[in-house]
Design a protein around this ligand. Structure first.
Ligand code: KG4
Ligand code: ZN
Length: 346
């Protein structure tokens, strides 16, 4: 079964979807200085109904929905089933099931990381050809994946410990970077803080597991922590902290370059050459990362979603649900806190 025809009629790209309106209900982690599972779950419980109410009202005001209580224009309700924090996923699932029941519409249970992977198909005008590489960089994942079709994913490299997003978040804290938690992700604050002149002094930080199909960020985090703790006088200078942030970023990105290089070398004998690469997930909004990857692999076509679609968003879930179109009336589905893209493919 495929999605209703009206969605495939956009010119140029058969997968093109239009984001009419977006509402940002950013969670405020300023009190906990990081994501606390219970606070995050309560915040989902509070904000998801508000976001649904607001988006339906706006859709009505803009003439996209005739009736905001029974929107006949909506064909299905897409919802993230996993992976992620179970308590947060459960809030999304409960709200989605309620809407689907009230409106008598099917549910589209969607995979969070597959949604990140397919995001460029939503906005990019450059065709994306299978097979392509996907670099998934988020708060929970650091993976290089080979995608051979909308439903086939093979993990070529993954992290053995922390994710790159986690490393950015923790190093932002170690460097005492000052930012507004209600508006900015710590990783984005670090990126901004790390903008130093190109001729700045460089400090060697660990780039582990070179040539191996694994990432590791714990050693890099410990190295930054030791430097700061062992040299309090030096790092009382904001300039030195900025240089260190820059060097951390470079070392974190060097691992990604290494794994892409390996994945390409590994695939070089196969009949389908990889020409396209998607870089997605919250960390992919980093401009320094985009520049360094594009410069390192000039022969590849990079597909970076626009930064506002790199971090978690509902549009990418709706879009993936639409592409994979697997309508379900099963209300018994539960969150999958852990759900690899390979298991999804099976
Ligand atoms: O995909 P995402 O929004 O949520 C998860 O699925 O985890 O990714 C969140 C991660 C956080 O660690 C956040 O600090 C990081 O993405 N992040 C960034 C940037 N913007 C968000 N990391 C580096 N540079 C950025 N500009
Ligand atoms: Zn995500």
């Amino acid at each position: 079964m495929s999605a209703p025809k009206k969605y495939a009629e956009s010119p140029g790209n058969q997968y093109h979807a239009t984001v009419h309106e977006s509402i940002v209900y950013k969670q405020d982690h300023s009190k906990t200085k990081g994501i606390e599972p219970l606070v995050a779950a309560n915040s989902h419980a509070h904000r998801i109904p508000l976001a649904i109410r607001d988006i339906l009202e706006r859709g009505h005001k803009r003439g996209l929905l005739k009736n905001s209580s029974l929107p006949v224009e909506i064909d299905a309700v897409a919802v993230t089933q996993g992976p992620g924090m179970a308590a947060c996923l459960a809030q999304g699932l409960a709200n989605a099931k309620l809407l689907a029941t009230l409106w008598n519409k099917p549910l589209l249970y969607t995979h969070h990381m597959v949604a990140h992977t397919l995001t460029p198909l939503m906005t990019s005008t450059t065709p994306l050809k299978f097979p392509f590489l996907v670099v998934l960089l988020s708060g929970g994942h650091t993976q290089v994946v080979l995608s051979s079709s909308l439903t086939e994913y093979k993990i070529l490299a993954t992290t053995t410990d922390n994710s790159i997003g986690d490393a950015f978040d923790k190093v932002a804290r170690m460097l005492s970077i000052d930012f507004d938690w209600a508006k900015t992700a710590p990783g984005a604050a670090l990126e901004h803080f790390a903008r130093v002149p190109p001729d700045c002094k460089k400090r060697k930080l660990p780039i582990p597991l070179k040539g191996k199909s694994q990432f590791s960020y714990s050693g890099l985090m410990v190295a930054v922590q030791r430097l700061v703790e062992n040299n309090p006088a030096l790092f009382s200078s904001e300039e030195e902290l900025r240089y260190l942030a820059h060097d951390f970023q470079e070392a974190a990105f060097a691992q990604i370059q290494d794994k892409i290089h390996m994945a390409l070398a590994h695939h070089s004998g196969s009949p389908h050459t990889i020409m396209d690469i998607v870089v997605s997930g919250g960390v992919a909004s980093n401009q320094a990362l985009r520049h360094s990857l594009s410069a390192k692999f000039p022969h590849l076509t990079f597909h970076f979603p626009p930064p506002w679609l790199c971090t978690d968003n509902a549009a990418m879930i709706a879009h993936a649900g639409l592409l994979l179109w697997n309508p379900s009336h099963d209300l018994s589905q539960i969150p999958y806190a852990k759900w690899s893209v390979e298991a999804f493919a099976r």
